[in-house]
Design a binder for this molecule. Structure first.
Ligand SMILES: Nc1ncnc2c1ncn2[C@@H]1O[C@H](COP(=O)(O)OP(=O)(O)OP(=O)(O)O)[C@@H](O)[C@H]1O
Length: 690
């Protein structure tokens, strides 16, 4: 390769080692698997993109590279980067080769594709539809009703809790009893009923030919337990690469090990210090135990140079994570010197916290930083409430991530239910939603119709035989005609336009703000145009929904400037010049005052670490002395007095500049001064009648 490798010159020595690992052994995949432990801001994305590009330049077949990332956005950013690098070396050929990187996506998305290909071997109909969390909860609810658990026993766990428990059992591959006693002790008394419920839920999914999110991994993991299939699937790929490995769960690990049992061609990248998805059953053990799974042991490359943050920010973050109980030790360093320590700001309450941030954000803007270069991070979406009010009051535009998603809105769900039902006439949740859009058609009739067509070999064709109640009139025939037309597979994306035309009069009848919602649907149609088929569109959209929606308070246009508000979870992988973290107090981070098990506590510590390491130049951790707790348990809404988070003990304090806001003098002039004024309104009112 010689001179061609000049494109690797921008990498530091460790990054380069990670990129080049095994590539010189000819075109065969490297025999030893590779683990890249990439500290925060150490250029993980950059390194992985270079490794993929380097492989392609060295002659690897891009169609035989499997690249799995945490989100679809991450996958498409990665492919774009790979293309840029390849273009530099191979000029116009680069684009052609990277276009062939067709196996880049999320675990769930890739799983869905492979399952369709191997459906027959599993006795699965390849036209299966996928239920998102809400649909899955609805189906769970149906099973719950059928078993009589919802009526007779009023304290039986809600549909959401049932689904969460089910999902945890599946993803952690742990027995139900263990999951209950560890994570849901208040439901432990329902063990047998829950078991029965989950059995019924699984039967219902199979009868309806639907898979939920967890099934995509579960079926896949089951498939690769059959050695012949595992070999066949594994042999399709020379290289398997996984990003954000610290946030994978044990099902994902078994899929990976099933595909590449000896680790040949396997590369995983991650940072154990940033593992924050245990609530989805991710386990930091996957990455901690990775090297010893193989013989010979996996090669480990550690990236310790941080390109993002200034030294004082990094030192504070290092000290916070330094107190963690178990980790791959790395000492992140940077040459970005600065005199400014991160600030630990004490404010009276959440109102003052909001004012403080609004003031600071505007000050920064005066000094030249755009709003987009600043972000406010929080543990839980509801913590941002008072800040949202303050920003709105002061006309500071903002966008919030980690809140309501496009696909959760009623009208988008309605339109998708048409396509899903047309795709799979056994999908009762889609059918149930769709049928009830007709005026006069209620849940009982909808159930009856669905029962009736379920017996038909082609349920959508079977709709022609259904005699709908007379009061529904012509609307019934119109619905059936529309569905059959779409189901026949005529033209994509024209089908979605057909569905929208049918739906629009219903939309106008159901929603007052129909025109806003119509704009969303037009946008959905636009998005649909980017997919080759209805099935691909439905799958991808269910797995990785876009954020923008008219239900969000005035989403600014993309070229406008706005402040970023985000949960810490949604801030993963991102960076900003200035970062503010809300409610850095016990009870918020860690989220539960009683934060019992040490594993959970460790995860909360990593959350704070992830938040802190998003900052490039300035970091403010805000600690209100009181905060508001929403009605949890039996205690209801109340204010509680807060203490600084336990993750910043006294020994770590010297890493921060401690400030109180407002400064004492300013408080006198503000609300504080008014506190001492007394007015006897009672006497005045009595005086009116004397
Ligand atoms: N070799 C390099 N030289 C200069 N800058 C680099 C180099 N590698 C990465 N960077 C820069 O470092 C910053 C962090 O990179 P990146 O976002 O890939 O980090 P990361 O490892 O994914 O971080 P995290 O895990 O914390 O999200 C980016 O601004 C990137 O451009």
């Amino acid at each position: 390769m010689g001179a061609a490798a000049a494109y690797l010159d921008g990498l530091n020595a460790e990054q380069r080692r990670a990129v080049e690992h095994g590539v010189f052994e000819g075109k065969a995949p490297p025999a030893t698997p590779l683990l890249i432990i990439a500290g925060a801001g150490s250029g993980k994305t950059n390194t992985l993109a270079h490794r993929v590009a380097h492989l392609i330049v060295a002659g690897a077949d891009p169609r035989r590279i499997l690249l799995m990332t945490f989100s679809r956005r991450a996958a498409s950013e990665m492919t774009k980067r790979v293309e840029r690098i390849c273009n530099r070396v191979l000029s116009d050929q680069g684009g052609v080769l990277t276009d062939a990187l067709t196996w880049a996506g999320t675990f769930h998305g890739i799983g869905a594709r492979l399952l369709r290909e191997y459906a027959e071997q599993m006795g699965l109909d390849p036209a299966f539809t996928i239920h998102d969390r809400e649909d899955a909860a609805d189906l769970m609810n149906l099973a719950r009703h059928e078993l009589g658990f919802s009526k007779a026993r009023s304290r039986f766990p809600t549909k959401g809790t049932c689904l969460a428990i089910y999902s945890r059992v599946v993803n952690s591959t742990a027995p139900l009893a263990d999951v209950l006693s560890r994570a849901y002790p208040w439901c432990a008394g329902w063990h047998d009923e829950l078991k029965q419920l989950f059995g019924r839920y699984v039967e219902a999914k199979q009868a309806q030919n639907v898979l939920d999110y967890d099934d995509l991994l579960l079926y896949w993991a089951q498939l690769v337990t059959e050695p012949a299939i595992a070999r066949d699937m594994g042999d399709r790929f020379d290289h398997v690469m996984v990003d954000e490995y610290q946030d994978t769960n044990s099902l994902q690990a078994s899929v990976l090990l099933g595909l590449k049992p000896d680790g040949r061609g396997l590369t995983v990248v991650g940072d154990d210090a940033q593992s924050i998805y245990a609530f989805r059953a991710a386990t930091v053990r996957n990455i901690l135990d990775f090297p010893d799974h193989f013989s010979p042991r996996a090669e480990v490359v550690t990236l310790e140079r941080n390109y993002r943050s200034t030294q004082p920010i990094l030192e504070a973050a290092n000290d916070v994570i330094g107190l963690a109980s178990e980790r791959f030790t790395k000492n992140l360093w940077t040459d970005r010197t600065s005199a400014a320590k991160p600030q630990l700001v004490s404010v009276r309450d959440e109102m003052d916290q909001a004012r403080y941030i609004a003031d600071r954000v505007l000050e920064n803007r005066e000094e030249g930083a755009t709003l987009k270069q600043q972000a406010v991070l929080f543990r839980t979406s509801s913590h941002a409430g008072p800040l949202e009010v303050e920003l709105t009051r002061r006309n500071i535009p903002f966008v919030k991530f980690g809140g309501l998603k496009f696909l959760d809105t009623a009208h988008v769900k309605d339109l998708l239910s048409i396509l899903r039902f047309a795709q799979n006439g056994r999908d009762r949740i889609a059918g149930f939603r769709l049928l009830q859009l007709l005026p006069g058609l209620g849940p009982a009739t909808a159930q009856k119709i669905l029962d009736r067509i379920a017996e038909h070999p082609d349920p959508i064709a079977g709709l022609s035989d259904v005699q709908a109640p007379a009061k529904i009139g012509e609307a019934w025939g119109e619905l059936v005609a529309m569905l059959q037309e779409i189901a026949s597979g005529a033209g994509w994306p024209a089908q979605i336009e057909r569905a929208r035309r049918w739906y629009e009069p219903h939309l106008e009848r159901i929603h007052e703000d129909a025109s806003m919602r119509e704009a969303d649907l037009a946008q959905l149609e636009q998005i649909a145009g980017g997919y080759g088929s209805r099935e691909r569109f439905l799958t991808e959209l269910t797995l990785d929904p876009p954020d923008a929606t008219s239900d969000q308070a005035g989403v600014p246009l993309l070229d406008e400037d706005y402040l970023i508000l985000s949960t810490i979870h949604s801030a993963k992988g991102q960076e900003w010049k200035s970062v503010f973290v809300l409610n850095v107090v016990d009870g918020c981070i860690p989220s539960d005052l009683g934060a019992g098990q040490s594993e959970e506590l460790e995860e909360e510590r990593r959350l704070l670490y992830v938040a802190m390491t998003r900052a490039k130049d300035a970091l403010h951790l805000v600690t209100p002395q009181r905060f508001f707790v929403h009605g949890q348990h039996a205690k209801g809404d109340r204010h509680v007095y807060a203490a600084r988070t336990r993750f910043i003990p006294r020994s770590v304090l010297p890493r921060f500049e401690q400030v109180a806001w407002p400064e004492a003098g300013r408080e006198e002039a503000g609300v504080g001064a008014v506190r001492n004024v007394r007015i006897d309104v009672g006497a005045r009112l009595r005086g009116m009648w004397q």
